[in-house]
Design a protein around this ligand. Structure first.
Ligand SMILES: Cc1cc2nc3c(=O)[nH]c(=O)nc-3n(C[C@H](O)[C@H](O)[C@H](O)COP(=O)(O)OP(=O)(O)OC[C@H]3O[C@@H](n4cnc5c(N)ncnc54)[C@H](O)[C@@H]3O)c2cc1C
Length: 381
Protein backbone atom coordinates (compact mmCIF):
# COMPACT_ATOMS: atom_id res chain seq x y z
CA UNK A 1 0.00 0.00 0.00
CA UNK A 2 1.35 3.42 -0.96
CA UNK A 3 0.01 6.53 0.77
CA UNK A 4 2.17 8.95 -1.21
CA UNK A 5 0.81 11.21 -3.91
CA UNK A 6 2.37 10.73 -7.35
CA UNK A 7 4.55 13.46 -8.88
CA UNK A 8 1.61 14.55 -11.10
CA UNK A 9 -0.78 14.68 -8.13
CA UNK A 10 1.74 16.75 -6.14
CA UNK A 11 2.17 19.13 -9.09
CA UNK A 12 -1.59 19.64 -9.40
CA UNK A 13 -1.86 20.20 -5.65
CA UNK A 14 0.82 22.89 -5.71
CA UNK A 15 -0.54 24.58 -8.83
CA UNK A 16 -4.15 24.69 -7.59
CA UNK A 17 -3.12 25.69 -4.07
CA UNK A 18 -1.05 28.63 -5.38
CA UNK A 19 -3.87 29.75 -7.66
CA UNK A 20 -6.61 29.32 -5.05
CA UNK A 21 -4.70 31.08 -2.27
CA UNK A 22 -3.56 34.01 -4.44
CA UNK A 23 -6.58 34.55 -6.71
CA UNK A 24 -9.69 33.02 -5.09
CA UNK A 25 -9.12 33.40 -1.33
CA UNK A 26 -8.79 37.21 -1.34
CA UNK A 27 -12.18 37.39 -3.11
CA UNK A 28 -14.06 34.91 -0.90
CA UNK A 29 -15.66 37.45 1.46
CA UNK A 30 -16.82 39.63 -1.44
CA UNK A 31 -18.20 36.61 -3.37
CA UNK A 32 -20.20 35.58 -0.28
CA UNK A 33 -21.38 39.07 0.68
CA UNK A 34 -22.52 40.03 -2.83
CA UNK A 35 -23.76 36.52 -3.66
CA UNK A 36 -22.01 37.09 -6.99
CA UNK A 37 -20.95 34.24 -9.26
CA UNK A 38 -17.26 34.93 -10.07
CA UNK A 39 -17.28 34.48 -13.86
CA UNK A 40 -13.70 35.74 -14.24
CA UNK A 41 -12.40 33.17 -11.75
CA UNK A 42 -14.13 30.41 -13.68
CA UNK A 43 -12.46 31.60 -16.87
CA UNK A 44 -9.09 31.31 -15.16
CA UNK A 45 -9.95 27.86 -13.75
CA UNK A 46 -10.74 26.86 -17.35
CA UNK A 47 -7.50 28.32 -18.71
CA UNK A 48 -5.50 26.38 -16.12
CA UNK A 49 -7.03 23.15 -17.46
CA UNK A 50 -8.74 22.32 -14.16
CA UNK A 51 -12.18 21.75 -15.67
CA UNK A 52 -10.83 18.81 -17.63
CA UNK A 53 -8.69 17.06 -15.00
CA UNK A 54 -10.49 13.69 -15.07
CA UNK A 55 -11.21 13.61 -18.82
CA UNK A 56 -9.10 12.36 -21.75
CA UNK A 57 -7.01 14.82 -23.78
CA UNK A 58 -8.92 13.71 -26.86
CA UNK A 59 -12.00 15.43 -25.46
CA UNK A 60 -10.29 18.55 -24.15
CA UNK A 61 -9.25 17.11 -20.79
CA UNK A 62 -5.91 16.78 -19.01
CA UNK A 63 -5.90 12.98 -18.67
CA UNK A 64 -5.64 13.17 -14.89
CA UNK A 65 -7.22 10.89 -12.32
CA UNK A 66 -9.98 11.23 -9.74
CA UNK A 67 -7.48 11.71 -6.91
CA UNK A 68 -6.00 14.75 -8.73
CA UNK A 69 -9.50 16.10 -9.28
CA UNK A 70 -10.36 15.58 -5.58
CA UNK A 71 -7.18 17.45 -4.64
CA UNK A 72 -8.22 20.36 -6.89
CA UNK A 73 -11.69 20.52 -5.30
CA UNK A 74 -10.16 20.50 -1.81
CA UNK A 75 -7.78 23.35 -2.62
CA UNK A 76 -10.45 25.50 -4.30
CA UNK A 77 -12.97 24.72 -1.53
CA UNK A 78 -10.40 25.64 1.12
CA UNK A 79 -10.22 29.11 -0.42
CA UNK A 80 -13.95 29.58 -1.16
CA UNK A 81 -16.82 27.15 -0.65
CA UNK A 82 -19.01 28.79 -3.30
CA UNK A 83 -16.34 28.52 -5.98
CA UNK A 84 -15.56 24.97 -4.87
CA UNK A 85 -19.20 23.91 -5.18
CA UNK A 86 -19.66 25.40 -8.64
CA UNK A 87 -16.37 23.88 -9.79
CA UNK A 88 -17.29 20.42 -8.44
CA UNK A 89 -20.81 20.61 -9.91
CA UNK A 90 -19.44 21.60 -13.30
CA UNK A 91 -16.99 18.69 -13.49
CA UNK A 92 -18.89 15.95 -11.64
CA UNK A 93 -22.46 16.73 -12.68
CA UNK A 94 -22.27 18.90 -15.81
CA UNK A 95 -19.47 17.13 -17.69
CA UNK A 96 -18.92 13.66 -16.18
CA UNK A 97 -22.23 12.08 -17.30
CA UNK A 98 -21.31 12.93 -20.91
CA UNK A 99 -17.90 11.35 -20.38
CA UNK A 100 -19.38 8.22 -18.75
CA UNK A 101 -22.32 7.61 -21.05
CA UNK A 102 -22.05 9.87 -24.11
CA UNK A 103 -21.34 8.85 -27.68
CA UNK A 104 -18.15 10.14 -29.33
CA UNK A 105 -20.26 12.73 -31.17
CA UNK A 106 -21.84 13.95 -27.90
CA UNK A 107 -18.39 14.10 -26.29
CA UNK A 108 -17.01 16.11 -29.20
CA UNK A 109 -19.93 18.58 -29.18
CA UNK A 110 -20.73 18.89 -25.47
CA UNK A 111 -17.91 17.47 -23.31
CA UNK A 112 -15.02 19.17 -25.10
CA UNK A 113 -16.06 22.79 -24.41
CA UNK A 114 -16.78 21.88 -20.77
CA UNK A 115 -13.45 20.10 -20.31
CA UNK A 116 -11.59 22.95 -22.00
CA UNK A 117 -13.27 25.42 -19.64
CA UNK A 118 -14.93 27.27 -22.50
CA UNK A 119 -18.46 26.50 -21.29
CA UNK A 120 -20.19 25.60 -18.04
CA UNK A 121 -22.56 22.71 -17.45
CA UNK A 122 -25.33 21.84 -14.99
CA UNK A 123 -27.27 18.75 -13.97
CA UNK A 124 -30.99 19.05 -13.33
CA UNK A 125 -32.30 16.15 -11.30
CA UNK A 126 -34.10 17.70 -8.32
CA UNK A 127 -37.72 18.80 -8.69
CA UNK A 128 -40.05 20.56 -6.25
CA UNK A 129 -41.59 17.20 -5.31
CA UNK A 130 -38.69 14.87 -6.10
CA UNK A 131 -35.60 15.49 -3.95
CA UNK A 132 -34.19 12.51 -2.06
CA UNK A 133 -36.75 10.41 -3.88
CA UNK A 134 -35.45 11.12 -7.39
CA UNK A 135 -37.56 8.21 -8.65
CA UNK A 136 -40.52 10.55 -8.20
CA UNK A 137 -39.38 12.66 -11.19
CA UNK A 138 -42.36 14.24 -12.92
CA UNK A 139 -40.58 15.92 -15.87
CA UNK A 140 -41.44 14.10 -19.07
CA UNK A 141 -39.70 13.73 -22.43
CA UNK A 142 -41.98 12.49 -25.20
CA UNK A 143 -40.71 11.42 -28.62
CA UNK A 144 -42.16 13.39 -31.52
CA UNK A 145 -40.58 12.13 -34.77
CA UNK A 146 -36.86 12.86 -34.32
CA UNK A 147 -37.16 15.10 -31.27
CA UNK A 148 -37.91 14.81 -27.58
CA UNK A 149 -40.40 17.32 -26.25
CA UNK A 150 -39.61 18.02 -22.61
CA UNK A 151 -41.98 19.47 -20.01
CA UNK A 152 -41.37 19.93 -16.31
CA UNK A 153 -39.74 21.89 -13.55
CA UNK A 154 -36.38 21.56 -11.81
CA UNK A 155 -35.23 23.33 -8.65
CA UNK A 156 -31.96 24.11 -6.84
CA UNK A 157 -29.81 23.51 -9.94
CA UNK A 158 -26.17 24.59 -9.52
CA UNK A 159 -24.64 26.73 -12.31
CA UNK A 160 -27.78 26.63 -14.49
CA UNK A 161 -27.93 30.41 -15.09
CA UNK A 162 -24.36 30.38 -16.44
CA UNK A 163 -24.45 27.02 -18.20
CA UNK A 164 -24.37 26.36 -21.93
CA UNK A 165 -25.61 22.79 -21.47
CA UNK A 166 -27.93 21.34 -18.87
CA UNK A 167 -28.40 17.62 -18.44
CA UNK A 168 -32.01 17.08 -17.45
CA UNK A 169 -33.55 13.89 -16.12
CA UNK A 170 -37.02 13.07 -17.43
CA UNK A 171 -39.48 10.20 -17.64
CA UNK A 172 -39.27 8.75 -21.15
CA UNK A 173 -41.60 5.75 -20.77
CA UNK A 174 -42.46 2.70 -18.66
CA UNK A 175 -40.49 -0.53 -18.25
CA UNK A 176 -41.91 -4.07 -18.30
CA UNK A 177 -42.80 -3.82 -14.60
CA UNK A 178 -44.77 -0.66 -15.33
CA UNK A 179 -42.22 1.58 -13.57
CA UNK A 180 -41.16 4.92 -14.98
CA UNK A 181 -38.01 4.90 -17.10
CA UNK A 182 -35.99 7.98 -16.19
CA UNK A 183 -33.44 9.09 -18.78
CA UNK A 184 -30.89 11.88 -18.96
CA UNK A 185 -31.04 14.28 -21.90
CA UNK A 186 -28.59 17.03 -22.89
CA UNK A 187 -30.49 20.30 -23.26
CA UNK A 188 -28.69 23.34 -24.74
CA UNK A 189 -29.41 26.24 -22.38
CA UNK A 190 -30.58 28.48 -25.23
CA UNK A 191 -33.35 26.04 -26.22
CA UNK A 192 -36.73 27.63 -26.88
CA UNK A 193 -39.16 27.09 -23.98
CA UNK A 194 -36.43 26.85 -21.34
CA UNK A 195 -36.70 29.46 -18.56
CA UNK A 196 -33.97 29.74 -15.92
CA UNK A 197 -34.36 31.94 -12.85
CA UNK A 198 -31.95 32.41 -10.00
CA UNK A 199 -33.83 34.09 -7.16
CA UNK A 200 -32.84 31.96 -4.20
CA UNK A 201 -31.46 33.91 -1.23
CA UNK A 202 -29.21 31.26 0.29
CA UNK A 203 -27.71 30.74 3.75
CA UNK A 204 -24.32 29.69 2.38
CA UNK A 205 -22.42 28.97 -0.85
CA UNK A 206 -23.94 32.30 -1.82
CA UNK A 207 -21.62 32.92 -4.76
CA UNK A 208 -22.51 29.58 -6.34
CA UNK A 209 -25.37 29.98 -8.78
CA UNK A 210 -28.50 28.02 -7.83
CA UNK A 211 -31.42 28.18 -10.23
CA UNK A 212 -34.91 27.05 -10.99
CA UNK A 213 -35.61 25.69 -14.45
CA UNK A 214 -38.97 25.52 -16.19
CA UNK A 215 -39.18 23.42 -19.35
CA UNK A 216 -42.18 24.24 -21.49
CA UNK A 217 -42.36 22.13 -24.67
CA UNK A 218 -38.58 22.22 -25.03
CA UNK A 219 -37.63 20.39 -28.21
CA UNK A 220 -34.24 18.66 -28.49
CA UNK A 221 -33.02 16.12 -31.09
CA UNK A 222 -33.41 12.51 -29.94
CA UNK A 223 -29.61 12.12 -30.37
CA UNK A 224 -29.27 14.21 -27.19
CA UNK A 225 -30.39 11.32 -25.02
CA UNK A 226 -27.45 10.16 -22.87
CA UNK A 227 -26.50 6.49 -22.76
CA UNK A 228 -28.94 3.61 -22.54
CA UNK A 229 -32.48 4.96 -22.03
CA UNK A 230 -33.45 1.84 -20.09
CA UNK A 231 -30.61 2.41 -17.61
CA UNK A 232 -31.13 6.11 -16.98
CA UNK A 233 -31.77 5.70 -13.24
CA UNK A 234 -28.67 3.53 -12.73
CA UNK A 235 -26.67 5.99 -14.80
CA UNK A 236 -27.49 8.97 -12.68
CA UNK A 237 -26.85 7.00 -9.49
CA UNK A 238 -23.36 6.35 -10.91
CA UNK A 239 -23.01 10.08 -11.65
CA UNK A 240 -24.02 10.92 -8.07
CA UNK A 241 -21.54 8.37 -6.65
CA UNK A 242 -18.75 10.19 -8.49
CA UNK A 243 -20.12 13.57 -7.44
CA UNK A 244 -20.13 12.50 -3.80
CA UNK A 245 -16.35 12.11 -3.87
CA UNK A 246 -16.07 15.74 -4.97
CA UNK A 247 -18.51 17.03 -2.31
CA UNK A 248 -16.51 15.06 0.27
CA UNK A 249 -13.32 16.78 -1.01
CA UNK A 250 -15.04 20.12 -0.64
CA UNK A 251 -15.83 19.15 2.97
CA UNK A 252 -12.16 18.36 3.57
CA UNK A 253 -11.23 21.76 2.10
CA UNK A 254 -13.63 23.69 4.36
CA UNK A 255 -12.61 21.62 7.40
CA UNK A 256 -8.92 22.28 6.69
CA UNK A 257 -9.57 26.01 6.28
CA UNK A 258 -11.40 25.96 9.64
CA UNK A 259 -8.49 24.24 11.37
CA UNK A 260 -5.89 26.51 9.75
CA UNK A 261 -7.70 29.66 10.92
CA UNK A 262 -8.48 28.29 14.38
CA UNK A 263 -4.87 27.23 14.96
CA UNK A 264 -3.44 30.63 13.99
CA UNK A 265 -6.02 32.42 16.13
CA UNK A 266 -5.51 30.14 19.14
CA UNK A 267 -1.78 30.88 19.11
CA UNK A 268 -2.32 34.64 18.79
CA UNK A 269 -5.18 35.19 21.22
CA UNK A 270 -4.23 35.54 24.86
CA UNK A 271 -6.55 35.30 27.87
CA UNK A 272 -5.59 34.87 31.52
CA UNK A 273 -2.06 35.88 30.50
CA UNK A 274 -1.51 32.98 28.12
CA UNK A 275 -2.28 32.07 24.51
CA UNK A 276 -5.58 30.19 24.45
CA UNK A 277 -3.74 27.39 22.57
CA UNK A 278 -2.09 26.52 25.88
CA UNK A 279 -5.48 25.57 27.38
CA UNK A 280 -6.16 21.87 27.10
CA UNK A 281 -9.83 22.48 26.22
CA UNK A 282 -8.72 24.36 23.10
CA UNK A 283 -5.92 21.88 22.31
CA UNK A 284 -8.38 18.99 22.38
CA UNK A 285 -10.66 20.75 19.92
CA UNK A 286 -7.73 21.35 17.56
CA UNK A 287 -6.51 17.76 17.97
CA UNK A 288 -9.95 16.33 17.17
CA UNK A 289 -10.29 18.59 14.13
CA UNK A 290 -6.87 17.53 12.80
CA UNK A 291 -7.59 13.83 13.32
CA UNK A 292 -11.01 13.96 11.67
CA UNK A 293 -9.62 15.87 8.68
CA UNK A 294 -6.87 13.28 8.23
CA UNK A 295 -9.45 10.51 8.31
CA UNK A 296 -11.84 12.32 5.95
CA UNK A 297 -9.08 13.00 3.42
CA UNK A 298 -8.00 9.36 3.49
CA UNK A 299 -11.60 8.30 2.90
CA UNK A 300 -11.81 10.65 -0.09
CA UNK A 301 -8.56 9.35 -1.56
CA UNK A 302 -9.64 5.74 -1.07
CA UNK A 303 -12.99 6.25 -2.81
CA UNK A 304 -11.20 8.11 -5.63
CA UNK A 305 -8.58 5.37 -5.91
CA UNK A 306 -11.29 2.69 -6.17
CA UNK A 307 -13.00 4.70 -8.92
CA UNK A 308 -9.72 5.16 -10.79
CA UNK A 309 -9.08 1.45 -10.59
CA UNK A 310 -12.53 0.51 -11.91
CA UNK A 311 -13.55 -1.09 -8.64
CA UNK A 312 -16.95 -0.65 -6.95
CA UNK A 313 -16.90 2.62 -4.99
CA UNK A 314 -20.54 3.48 -4.12
CA UNK A 315 -20.22 2.57 -0.45
CA UNK A 316 -16.84 4.27 -0.03
CA UNK A 317 -18.11 7.42 -1.80
CA UNK A 318 -21.06 7.50 0.62
CA UNK A 319 -18.73 6.93 3.62
CA UNK A 320 -16.49 9.76 2.43
CA UNK A 321 -19.35 12.15 1.66
CA UNK A 322 -21.09 11.51 4.97
CA UNK A 323 -18.00 11.70 7.14
CA UNK A 324 -16.17 14.54 5.37
CA UNK A 325 -19.21 16.83 5.17
CA UNK A 326 -20.15 16.25 8.82
CA UNK A 327 -16.47 16.80 9.70
CA UNK A 328 -16.59 20.12 7.82
CA UNK A 329 -19.63 21.24 9.80
CA UNK A 330 -18.09 20.19 13.14
CA UNK A 331 -14.72 21.78 12.31
CA UNK A 332 -16.31 25.07 11.24
CA UNK A 333 -18.43 25.11 14.41
CA UNK A 334 -15.37 24.49 16.60
CA UNK A 335 -13.43 27.14 14.69
CA UNK A 336 -16.14 29.67 15.61
CA UNK A 337 -16.01 28.52 19.24
CA UNK A 338 -12.22 28.91 19.35
CA UNK A 339 -12.58 32.44 17.94
CA UNK A 340 -15.15 33.34 20.61
CA UNK A 341 -17.16 36.48 19.79
CA UNK A 342 -14.84 37.34 16.91
CA UNK A 343 -15.80 34.06 15.25
CA UNK A 344 -19.36 35.32 15.02
CA UNK A 345 -18.21 38.25 12.89
CA UNK A 346 -18.04 37.99 9.12
CA UNK A 347 -14.51 39.32 8.74
CA UNK A 348 -13.03 36.31 10.54
CA UNK A 349 -14.56 34.03 7.86
CA UNK A 350 -15.18 31.00 10.09
CA UNK A 351 -18.91 31.79 10.25
CA UNK A 352 -18.95 31.55 6.43
CA UNK A 353 -17.30 28.15 6.63
CA UNK A 354 -20.16 26.93 8.82
CA UNK A 355 -22.82 28.31 6.46
CA UNK A 356 -21.07 26.81 3.43
CA UNK A 357 -20.45 23.45 5.14
CA UNK A 358 -24.16 23.03 5.95
CA UNK A 359 -25.02 22.73 2.27
CA UNK A 360 -22.65 19.79 1.91
CA UNK A 361 -24.82 17.74 4.29
CA UNK A 362 -27.80 18.33 1.98
CA UNK A 363 -26.69 18.44 -1.68
CA UNK A 364 -25.95 15.29 -3.75
CA UNK A 365 -27.83 13.17 -1.25
CA UNK A 366 -28.45 14.27 2.33
CA UNK A 367 -26.59 12.68 5.24
CA UNK A 368 -29.67 10.51 5.81
CA UNK A 369 -29.56 9.32 2.20
CA UNK A 370 -25.85 8.47 2.56
CA UNK A 371 -26.71 6.33 5.57
CA UNK A 372 -29.43 4.61 3.53
CA UNK A 373 -26.93 3.92 0.71
CA UNK A 374 -24.45 2.46 3.21
CA UNK A 375 -27.12 0.38 4.95
CA UNK A 376 -28.24 -1.04 1.59
CA UNK A 377 -24.66 -1.98 0.80
CA UNK A 378 -24.62 -3.83 4.12
CA UNK A 379 -27.57 -5.86 2.87
CA UNK A 380 -30.40 -4.03 4.69
CA UNK A 381 -33.61 -3.92 2.68
C1 LIG B 1 -27.39 25.00 -2.92
C2 LIG B 1 -27.96 23.75 -3.51
C3 LIG B 1 -27.44 23.26 -4.71
C4 LIG B 1 -28.00 22.13 -5.31
N1 LIG B 1 -27.55 21.72 -6.55
C5 LIG B 1 -28.24 20.74 -7.19
C6 LIG B 1 -27.91 20.41 -8.56
O1 LIG B 1 -26.97 20.95 -9.15
N2 LIG B 1 -28.68 19.48 -9.20
C7 LIG B 1 -29.71 18.85 -8.59
O2 LIG B 1 -30.36 18.04 -9.24
N3 LIG B 1 -30.04 19.11 -7.29
C8 LIG B 1 -29.33 20.07 -6.60
N4 LIG B 1 -29.68 20.36 -5.30
C9 LIG B 1 -30.78 19.67 -4.67
C10 LIG B 1 -30.35 18.70 -3.57
O3 LIG B 1 -29.69 17.60 -4.13
C11 LIG B 1 -31.60 18.34 -2.77
O4 LIG B 1 -31.97 19.48 -2.02
C12 LIG B 1 -31.38 17.15 -1.85
O5 LIG B 1 -31.20 15.97 -2.60
C13 LIG B 1 -32.52 16.93 -0.87
O6 LIG B 1 -33.76 16.97 -1.51
P1 LIG B 1 -34.94 17.88 -0.90
O7 LIG B 1 -34.36 19.24 -0.75
O8 LIG B 1 -36.13 17.74 -1.75
O9 LIG B 1 -35.20 17.30 0.53
P2 LIG B 1 -36.17 16.07 0.89
O10 LIG B 1 -35.87 14.91 0.03
O11 LIG B 1 -37.56 16.54 0.95
O12 LIG B 1 -35.67 15.72 2.36
C14 LIG B 1 -36.11 16.42 3.54
C15 LIG B 1 -35.53 15.69 4.74
O13 LIG B 1 -36.07 14.35 4.80
C16 LIG B 1 -35.01 13.42 4.83
N5 LIG B 1 -35.39 12.22 4.11
C17 LIG B 1 -35.94 12.10 2.87
N6 LIG B 1 -36.13 10.84 2.55
C18 LIG B 1 -35.71 10.10 3.59
C19 LIG B 1 -35.66 8.70 3.88
N7 LIG B 1 -36.08 7.78 3.00
N8 LIG B 1 -35.16 8.32 5.07
C20 LIG B 1 -34.71 9.23 5.98
N9 LIG B 1 -34.74 10.55 5.78
C21 LIG B 1 -35.22 10.97 4.60
C22 LIG B 1 -33.84 14.13 4.15
O14 LIG B 1 -32.59 13.55 4.50
C23 LIG B 1 -34.01 15.52 4.68
O15 LIG B 1 -33.45 15.62 5.96
C24 LIG B 1 -29.08 21.46 -4.66
C25 LIG B 1 -29.57 21.93 -3.43
C26 LIG B 1 -29.04 23.06 -2.87
C27 LIG B 1 -29.62 23.56 -1.58
Amino acid sequence: MNFELTKEQEMIQKMVRDFAQSVIKPRAIEIDTNAAFPTDIFEQIGELGLMGIPFPEKFGGSDGDTISYAIAVEEIGKACGSTGLSYAANVSLGASPIFYFGTDAQKETYLKPLAEGKALGAFGLTEPNAGSDAGGTKTTAVLDNDDYIINGEKCFITNASFAETIIVTAVTGKNEQGKNIISAIIVPADSKGLAITSNYDKMGVRGSDTAEIVLNNVRVPKENLLGDPQKGFKQFLHTLDGGRISIASLGVGIAQASLDKALIYAKERSQFGKPISSFQAIQFKLADMAMEIELARNMVYKAAWLKDNDKPFSKEAAYAKLFATETAFRAANEAIQIHGGYGYMREYEVERYLRDAKLLEIGEGTSEVQRLVIARQLGCK
